[in-house]
Design a binder for this molecule. Structure first.
Ligand code: F6R
Length: 585
């Protein structure tokens, strides 16, 4: 949930280089940030509270340094709590992603030993633990490794020891990628932060210790004190995938990329999809798991599989699945949906699922991510880096994949491909539709927005509400249209915006009745579908894309959320309190 960056190589303006890397990682955490670079024989430290986007930093030429962008867990958002954290001797600097679950007991012990703590963080114990071990004669490598082994929880750390021009990194679940380029070596929590500098990468495995010393980088088998050569490979993304191009922010860029992403899935995924469909046929129960938007993709999948493939597939929220897995058997199949492949609630569930011997298929956007490496089989969405904190293209890509799997199971793959191509055209029309922005301008001062849908449009309503609330901070609630009269209708009064997803499927008449019910309580009804009706105050036309209607319908909500945020002067890429990769529980 935090971003880590480190550099070792030619002398350069290291402070600015690291700051730039952190800007690329800001989506992972943006409440405070800091850097530590070698200056003379000591550490130049600079820490700040707030966003990095427009931050400036003093020029410090150096060969080596580290940086961190924080999403607070332990301790408030203050300069003292920002990373890097130093030991008492100020010779060791540490940046960390994760939670040290046993930090309280370690801290008590260290305080008794007279260590001085300046922050409230769990991270600071790491610097003092290493200091202790170095004092007792251990090398920095041994001290780092042994300290890491004492930490409970899922963590990634970089330990900077300028006296020896060295930094070391080790991880357990949280991602770290090592890159090699002309200027030297880099490490970051995400490949997008280093891609402009490197032409070879290596995804560090759990408990591997990497040592970077001047122009040398190797893995160290600590017990045998054996150096192991790093097997670098070519990166799977390029610099062009990362920048904003002609767009003002990543949210609108990524919304615009959806036709391309879906077209690619429609045209090139036949073999992968067939493999997953065969696995589903043979499995004893299939489960979709995901968090947030990814959960809503799974829930949409449950409806699609029932309707199209006549199969029941359970869907569960990642953090809840651990309490539901008593029935998982080795014949079960779990499809884990995760854009980042790093979401801790998914990783923890998958660990348990694997202990039970079940088969895991990952549907993710990040090659080499933790989920990608843990899964028995993987399908990459190839949506390109999703940098806006809100999931947009990864959601519609997952829907396209699940839709194709469902159609493969009923033998109608080609028909599904044809329909997905139609969807790509529909999205392009929606993006150009000026009405969505006008509606946003009309409802921007409302405090609540309600969203109705039935059948496959129910998860669409849930996902739409999530998009609107997280980016515009307007309370939005999606629910099944049939549930209206079981409670929520009490909240509808004059002028309350109610979005009604009403595609021309088997839900049409009943959903129209729900629209009448809210309208007669004074609601401002925004209808979405292919059939206009005078009951709607506003109507957004979408050509009927059959069971794939979810995709264009959600794009409307993405745009509505986006325009609401812009109207309110908010940054759509970095909503408050959120981080892109939720790597802590
Ligand atoms: C919402 C959003 C989150 C993520 C969720 C899971 O816009 O982005 O709800 O969908 O945190 O993330 P991944 O898919 O990376 O596991």
């Amino acid at each position: 949930m935090c971003g880590i960056f480190a550099y070792s190589g030619e002398p350069t303006n290291a402070s600015q280089l690291i700051l730039k890397g952190l800007k690329n990682l800001e989506y992972r955490g943006y409440d405070s940030w800091g850097i530590a670079v070698k200056k003379g024989n000591s550490i130049y430290l600079e820490k700040h509270v707030g966003k990095i986007s427009n931050a400036q930093i003093k020029k410090v030429v150096s060969k080596v340094g580290i940086g961190h962008t924080r999403w607070a867990t332990h301790g408030g958002i203050t300069i003292k709590n920002a990373h890097p954290h130093l030991d008492c001797t100020q010779k060791i600097a540490v940046v960390h992603n994760g939670i040290v679950e046993n930090f309280e007991e370690i801290k008590k012990r260290l305080i008794k030993q007279k260590h001085r703590f300046v922050s409230e963080t769990d991270t600071e114990v790491i610097a003092h633990m290493i200091e202790d071990k170095i004092r007792s004669g251990k090398s920095i490598e041994n001290a780092t490794y042994l300290t890491f082994k004492e930490l409970r929880g899922l963590n990634a750390i970089i330990v900077f020891y300028p006296e020896k021009n060295t930094f070391l990194a080790i991880k357990n679940s949280s991602p770290l990628i090592i890159g090699k380029g002309k200027r030297g070596f880099f490490i970051a929590s995400d490949i997008t932060a280093i891609i402009e500098h490197v032409n070879q990468v290596y995804y560090l495995k759990d408990n591997e210790l990497v040592v970077i010393k001047d122009k040398d980088a190797y893995l160290l088998e600590v017990k045998k004190h054996k150096k192991i050569k790093i097997k670098f490979t070519k990166p799977q993304i390029s610099v062009d995938d990362v920048g904003l191009g002609k767009y003002p922010n990543y949210m609108i860029k990524e919304i615009n990329e959806q036709p391309k992403v879906i077209f690619n899935i429609a045209k090139n995924y036949k073999q992968n999809i067939k493999k997953i469909a065969n696995k589903i046929r043979k499995s004893y129960g299939t489960y979709f798991i995901g968090c947030g938007t990814a959960y809503f993709a799974g829930l949409s999948g449950t409806y699609l599989f029932s309707k199209i493939a006549k199969r029941h597939v359970n869907s569960a929220v990642g953090s809840e699945f651990v309490y539901l897995i008593d029935f998982i058997k080795k014949e079960s199949l779990v499809l884990a949906l995760s854009q980042s492949g790093e979401t801790i609630d998914i990783i923890s569930s998958i660990k348990k699922v694997k202990e039970k011997g079940a088969y895991v298929t990952a549907i993710t956007n990040v090659a080499g991510s933790t989920l990608y490496r843990m899964a028995d089989d993987k399908l990459l969405l190839n949506a390109g880096p999703e940098k806006c904190v809100l999931a947009t293209k990864s959601f519609t890509a997952k829907i396209a994949v699940l839709y194709l799997i469902a159609h493969t199971l009923n033998g109608s793959y080609d028909k599904a491909v044809e329909n997905l191509i139609k969807v790509t055209k529909e999205i392009k029309k929606i993006i150009k539709n000026k009405k969505i922005k006008k509606i946003a301008q009309k409802i921007v001062n409302k405090r609540h927005i309600y969203i109705l849908g039935r059948g496959v449009s129910y998860p669409t309503a849930l996902e739409s509400a999530l998009k609107i609330k997280e980016v515009s901070y307007i309370h939005a609630e999606g629910f099944p249209a049939g549930e209206l009269k079981h409670g929520v209708i009490a909240l509808i009064n004059k002028g309350t915006p109610v979005i009604v997803y009403n595609p021309t499927d088997e839900t049409y008449d009943d959903t129209l009745s729900s629209a009448h019910e809210v309208k007669s309580r004074g609601a401002y009804v925004i209808g979405i579908g292919s059939k206009p009706n005078k009951i709607y105050d506003e109507f957004i036309h979408v050509d009927d894309c059959k069971n794939a209607n979810i995709i264009p319908n959600v794009v409307i909500a993405q745009l509505l959320g986006y325009y609401l945020a812009i109207e309110k002067g908010l940054d759509p890429d970095k909503p408050r309190n959120l981080a892109k990769s939720v790597t802590v529980k």
